[in-house]
Design a protein around this ligand. Structure first.
Ligand SMILES: [Mg+2]
Ligand SMILES: [Zn+2]
Length: 160
């Protein structure tokens, strides 16, 4: 089995702006992300992003917006040799309709664990919201809460 580093998106990989980020020009990758993910890869972690994108359900932006932003993230990392294994996002929102994937629910994590044959107990989820930690705990993944935009390098350095 593999171990995974699960990552929230906004506030962990890119700047949390306090509002929805769906335009390319607003999507700013945080400074230590590249080095952090390189190190996690060297340590043998599968890299999986798990993101709530409820603005889609609310009609604020589209799947296409999200996919373009994610392509920017993938391309930026790939240009430095870092491969993201998958990005899961939930397009739903409680105000519009319930689902099983929106964090603190854990369906996105469950899908990843099954697809990549991941050992939950050897895996870590870094998030900047209590919802991230709750989702992680539901599937037996160790959740690490950080302050938004504070960087993940020190945490990754501390991983086995
Ligand atoms: Mg976040
Ligand atoms: Zn959902």
């Amino acid at each position: 089995m593999k171990k995974a580093l699960f990552l929230d998106r906004d506030g962990v990989l890119n700047v949390e702006r306090g509002e929805y980020t769906y335009l390319l020009e607003d999507f700013e990758i945080l400074p230590d992300v590249l080095e952090s993910l390189k190190l996690a890869t060297v340590k043998g972690y599968v890299l999986i992003v798990i993101s709530n994108q409820g603005g889609i359900a609310k009609g604020v932006y589209s799947h296409k917006n999200v996919e373009l932003v994610h392509q920017k993230l993938i391309d930026n990392l790939a240009s430095e040799g870092v491969l993201l294994d998958e990005i899961y996002y939930c397009p739903h929102h409680d105000e519009v309709g319930k689902c099983l994937c929106r964090k603190p629910n854990s369906l996105m994590l469950e899908k990843a664990i099954a697809r990549f044959n991941i050992s939950a107990s050897d895996s870590v989820f870094i998030g900047d919201s209590e919802r991230d930690i709750l989702a992680a705990e539901k599937v037996g993944v160790n959740g690490i809460l950080i302050a938004s935009n504070s960087g993940i390098l020190e945490i990754v350095k501390g991983l086995k």
